[in-house]
Design a binder for this molecule. Structure first.
Ligand SMILES: Cc1cc2nc3c(=O)[nH]c(=O)nc-3n(C[C@H](O)[C@H](O)[C@H](O)COP(=O)(O)OP(=O)(O)OC[C@H]3O[C@@H](n4cnc5c(N)ncnc54)[C@H](O)[C@@H]3O)c2cc1C
Length: 398
């Protein structure tokens, strides 16, 4: 089967790797002159790590990974710990994979380093897609075309493939803006815990964690705004602007923020879950079909799970594309829809406006943690439990 992938982000490159492993003929089209990711971090939760292990890329991932000791929730001003999920041996044994932090460029490289250059077409901006009597055709800005048995739209939240197949749909401003920055620390420092730390304050939260094997700290700092005023998704801002939004927050955070040099401010948009992702010989994957808020740290994770399952479903149904795409959607769409909606809900619970509401939330987190330390406040057991490697068995049982 000849397959074209539009988009060479984390989803597109992961899909290329998964398909190549199964022996498919793959070509990947990226609009940029080279593969590249923004200088920031990404949390790889056990479900994502299981997909990467399933693709045989575990050692590539672990080369630059940082192993956090815990996920902790902290009070924005006092630093008081409100919840903790220990990420040690019991956690790894329970979920059959570790929870790790990586730099986004390093994660992209896990996939890119396993893709032959001759199947990559750079500077190819897709402008349209249509089904043909024998498959599907992609059209590009330079006037060229590409025909294949299957075309996969992995072209992100503003997907051209999605628009061509299903219309533009509503892209919703969520009311959140997000600062992203990386601080080189040269190792673990006493003012940043070796954990995934969630600092929750009034109408804002901050997540900090180490990447590059502990050489740098990634910051994601989310506040609220009535509207997103610039045309771009992200803009460069000053350290002073970021510090001003977090005045009065804990001194450890202020110290970390003062080491920031390059800061980007992102507008956070999302969409409602879709009813279907496939039409004829065209399907979607990653942010193209399920863009989500970053509050469950699952956008890249979901794209990687999609990649694993799509390749598996195509390999199980090599002569029946309809059945392969139906199997892919049946496995993936309910899960990604739930993650999209839960991530949206976190935007509310993480941003309660008053100390009274925050105290009630934190007491509930503590109560749940006592009942079952794995669930705690953020209740992510069902997210981490998923193992894409069980897809074939689930399909056979259905
Ligand atoms: C602040 C923040 C923090 C996050 N933290 C996490 C986290 O901790 N864990 C996690 O799992 N996820 C996280 N995410 C989500 C994650 O970054 C995304 O969900 C993921 O990168 C989506 O991958 P993708 O390949 O689907 O899309 P993209 O990364 O957007 O890639 C799309 C690619 O397609 C190319 N492209 C676009 N249009 C065209 C076209 N017309 N023709 C050709 N090429 C095209 C683009 O250039 C790009 O390379 C976070 C997101 C944000 C904003």
């Amino acid at each position: 089967m000849k397959i074209g992938i539009i988009g060479g982000g984390i989803g597109g490159t992961a899909t290329a790797c998964a398909l190549l492993r199964k022996g498919f003929d793959v070509t990947i089209f990226e609009q940029a002159p080279a593969f590249g990711e923004v200088g920031a971090g990404v949390q790889m939760t056990p479900n994502a790590v299981k997909s990467i292990i399933g693709m045989g890329l575990e050692s590539d991932l672990m080369r630059t990974a940082f192993y956090p000791r815990a996920v902790t929730g902290r009070h924005w001003k006092t630093g008081r710990e409100n919840f903790r999920i220990d990420l040690g041996g019991d956690f790894r044994a329970h979920y059959q994979a570790p929870f790790v932090h990586v730099h986004r460029a390093d994660l992209l490289d896990v996939f890119v380093s396993n893709i032959p250059r001759e199947i990559c077409r750079f500077g190819q901006k897709c402008t349209g897609i249509s089904n043909t009597p024998t498959g599907a055709q992609a059209r590009f800005q330079d006037g060229s075309t590409f025909e294949a048995d299957l075309i996969i739209g992995a072209d992100g939240v503003r997907s051209v493939v999605r628009e061509a197949m299903f219309g533009a749909g509503d892209l919703r401003w969520t009311g959140h803006q997000c600062y992203r920055a990386l601080v080189p620390t040269g190792g673990v420092v006493d003012y940043v815990a070796p954990a995934s730390s969630f600092w929750m304050g009034p109408k804002a939260h901050v997540v900090t964690y180490y990447v590059k094997g502990g050489e740098a700290v990634n910051i994601v700092a989310v506040t609220e705004a009535a509207e997103w005023v610039t045309e771009s998704w992200s803009t460069r801002v000053t350290r002073a602007e970021m510090l001003a939004d977090f005045e009065g927050w804990h001194p450890d955070l202020q110290k970390l923020f003062s080491g920031v040099t390059d800061v980007y401010n992102w507008g956070l948009f999302d969409r409602d879950p879709m009813a279907t992702w496939s039409k004829g010989a065209v399907t979607l994957l990653g942010d193209a079909c399920h863009p989500m808020l970053p509050f469950l740290s699952q956008g890249a994770a979901m794209a990687i799970e999609d990649a694993y399952v799509l390749a598996e479903s195509l390999a199980l149904n090599p002569k029946d594309l309809g059945a392969a795409l139906a199997g892919y959607e049946a496995e993936r769409l309910p899960r990604t829809s739930r993650v999209q909606l839960e991530a949206r809900e976190r935007g509310r619970t993480y941003h309660l406006p008053t100390e009274e509401q925050m105290a009630a939330r934190d007491a509930e987190y503590a109560r749940r943690a006592k009942e079952d330390p794995r669930t705690t406040g953020i209740n992510t057991d069902w997210v981490y439990d998923y193992d894409p490697r069980g897809f074939a068995d689930r399909l056979a049982a259905a």
